[in-house]
Design a protein around this ligand. Structure first.
Ligand SMILES: Cc1ncc(C[n+]2csc(CCOP(=O)(O)OP(=O)(O)O)c2C)c(N)n1
Ligand code: SF4
Ligand SMILES: [Mg+2]
Length: 281
């Protein structure tokens, strides 16, 4: 495979040992593979929210849009709708996508827009130094909850399944090979795909040992079967001490949103985009 340089001169400021490195290395490997297989990298746009995870777009030499906290999903949707030929890969934090931006995520899944969401789910606000997020376990002690959180976490995969997502998977930052496989499948999937990555934040919530003891790769599972998928996502609720399934949990073929748009829906789209761009360039 011919070597392409996906790195940038930006100084990396992630903590040594941060799980974001595994996500970045896995995506670099997948983009290199896709490019070798004929997918032009200029047809890929990366989007990120705000948080430690978001810096990934600074470190990858691919067209990208650094959006704002809680609004990574609509930015990704806007890019897809402006030019449906583009593959949009969106990196978002758990605070970003499952907290402030949760409504956008639900509606993106509902309409089955063809974007890939990679969630760096470290179960903590990393950049703002350790507050609890919607996926922090009950009792999590952080900056904003010194006595421990009183609420249970949400189960984002169960929520996404109920919201009509057409591809759902889970990986960890301690399993590069699986991560690469899942990322590639998610990116090639036509429709809304989401990969929940249990990305370890070594500084504010170091879960390496906890995950290493509990994760297993899914086998003998029919990802096309909604009920089996529901059973799989309910096996671990992000709280209880249970085995944690990794791999592709759900996958279905369904019409994508952008294909349903008629000529009337998209009339004048290009002129409008050019008009908006003129105000920036
Ligand atoms: C609209 C808005 N709300 C809040 C913030 C403050 N803020 C910046 S990063 C962040 C938390 C990031 O957490 P997460 O999305 O989990 O990403 P991580 O740093 O863990 O990768 C918050 C609350 C902001 N910059 N903008
Ligand atoms: S604070 Fe946590 S998530 Fe942020 S760079 Fe450091 S280890 Fe990674
Ligand atoms: Mg986070």
């Amino acid at each position: 495979m011919s070597e392409i340089n996906l790195g940038t001169p930006a100084q990396n400021t992630w903590c040594p040992g941060c799980g974001n490195f595994a996500i970045m290395n896995a995506i670099k490997a997948v983009l290199t593979e896709l490019s070798a297989e004929g997918v032009p990298l200029e047809n890929i746009v990366l989007v990120s929210g705000i948080g430690c995870h978001a810096k990934i777009v600074d470190y990858l030499n691919v067209n990208s849009f650094y959006s704002i906290h809680g609004r990574a999903t609509p930015a990704a949707e806007g890019i897809k709708l402006a030019n449906p030929k583009i593959k949009v890969i969106c990196f978002a934090g758990d605070g970003d996508a499952y907290g402030e931006g949760i409504e956008h995520l639900i509606f993106a899944a509902k309409r089955n827009i063809d974007i890939t969401m990679i969630i760096h789910n470290n179960r903590v606000y990393g950049l703002t130094t350790g507050q609890y997020t919607p996926t922090s376990p009950t009792g999590f002690k952080g900056r904003s909850t010194p006595q421990g959180t009183k609420e249970p976490p949400i189960n984002p995969l169960e929520l996404m399944l109920a919201s009509n997502a057409s591809f759902l998977a889970r990986g960890t930052s301690h399993g590069m090979e699986l991560l690469k496989k899942i990322f590639k499948e998610a990116i090639l999937h036509r429709g809304f795909s989401l990969v929940d990555v249990l990305q370890v934040c070594v500084t504010y919530f170091n879960m390496y040992e906890y995950y290493d003891k509990r994760v297993y790769e899914i086998k003998d599972h029919d990802a096309a079967d909604y009920n089996q998928a529901l059973q799989k996502v309910r096996e671990w609720d992000y709280n209880a001490d249970k085995p944690i399934a990794l791999g592709v949990i759900y996958k279905k073929d369904a019409p994508v949103f952008e294909e349903k748009l008629t000529a009337r829906d998209t009339a004048g789209r290009e002129a409008k985009i050019r008009g908006i761009l003129k105000t920036f360039i």
